[in-house]
Ligand binder design. Sequence first.
Ligand SMILES: [Zn+2]
Length: 456
Amino acid sequence: MTTRLGWAASLLAPVLMVSCAPPPSQYTPRQQVDPQVMAEVDSIQAIDNHAHPVRVVGEGEKDADYDALPVALMEAYDSGPLRERADNPELTGAWRALFGFRHEDMSAESVRQALELKKQAKKDKGDRYPAWVLDEMKIGVMLANRVSMGRGLDPARFKWVPYGDALMYPLNNDGLGRRDPDRKAFFGAETRLLKRLLGEAGASGVPATLEEYLKFVTATLERWKGQGAVAVKLEMAYLRSFDVGNPGRAEVEKTYAAFVQSGSPGDGEYKALQDFLFRHIAREAGRLGMPLHLHSSAGAGRYFDIPGANPTLLTAVIEDPAMKGVTFVLVHGGWPFVKETTAMLAIPNVYADFSGQNLLLYPRALAETIRGWLEYAPEKVLYASDSSPWDERIDWEESGWLADRTSREALGLALTGMLRDREITRERAADLARMVLRGNAGRVYGSGRWAVAGGQ
Ligand SMILES: [Zn+2]
């Protein structure tokens, strides 16, 4: 799931430039970055910690696996962060950079031309198109958060991060869906995904005992690992709060046995079972060497539980000695609780990326987040784009291009500020750029063996 709030407005509103925004050609925050620092940042082949690339599809075919809970499932509403609206004229920069588009507006005729150019590029590149997009953005390796991988997503360039949420909700989910229309759609999708995972494991239904269910969960994580997964993603913040307790096994075994066949558990007893399963998934992912990715940001839609996504709610479970072997990655860096995230970066097994923030915020504001983290725990900060499809015009390439550009400009601004305030030397600025763009991820994923042509 992206952090993006609604795109409905852009579909309803006339396709015009946002009148208060400057023409894209005047939008040049990188002019304020020290030129040497900017050149350094621009030269580095990145490891992108989080994104939703789309596989290559044939005529009339659609890719539905780029997200377990796509924004399209949600109730349409007519507002969203300004910069994430699909009529943001900055996005035309992606068309110019990638496809040779010559305009700066999004009139119907210009959009038609852009889509035609994009279609031609896809035709020319064929199955190499996704890797070509990475080359254009100077991304060496992109972690692909998808339900499954597919055509054109070359395993040398795209590393799989499957979704583990469905594993946390094995009982009747109708009660959880009753909270609001978005959760109704989400829990419907998770229930279907669990069925798919059970089918893939050769099971005809949810196992009768918790013991067998835990074995199925472990076997699923092992299967993913065998298929090349490098991490496991939970977007639980869309489904429930981060407040994970530590219930006893006997208690949750009783709940599982009572409701596995029929009936609906009460919210409290079901939450305890979910908490227990979260801990099992985290421990097993840790044992298998797969970091746990947690969507940590205020998210899309009108019903998102913002206080429930405060990453400090996770402190109790993360600091449990039983979780020592688990690496937790706060995807989106906890926005808007970015200072809370700063404090959490002091916990040895916690990392954060700034994906999502690079589309919600302009470079100046993102630079403040990045600088705060770099001044506190520089080896814990990860570059990520959250590239993802927005609508029929703006796909993962365009959102990814804007996110990448914003990220590099913001990192440049943060490092320039630190340099001018005499906090760091030029050499250290170059070190920090390499750490954020790829070195820190290298440590998290042991990616020394991820060979990419032209990488450094
Ligand atoms: Zn995402």
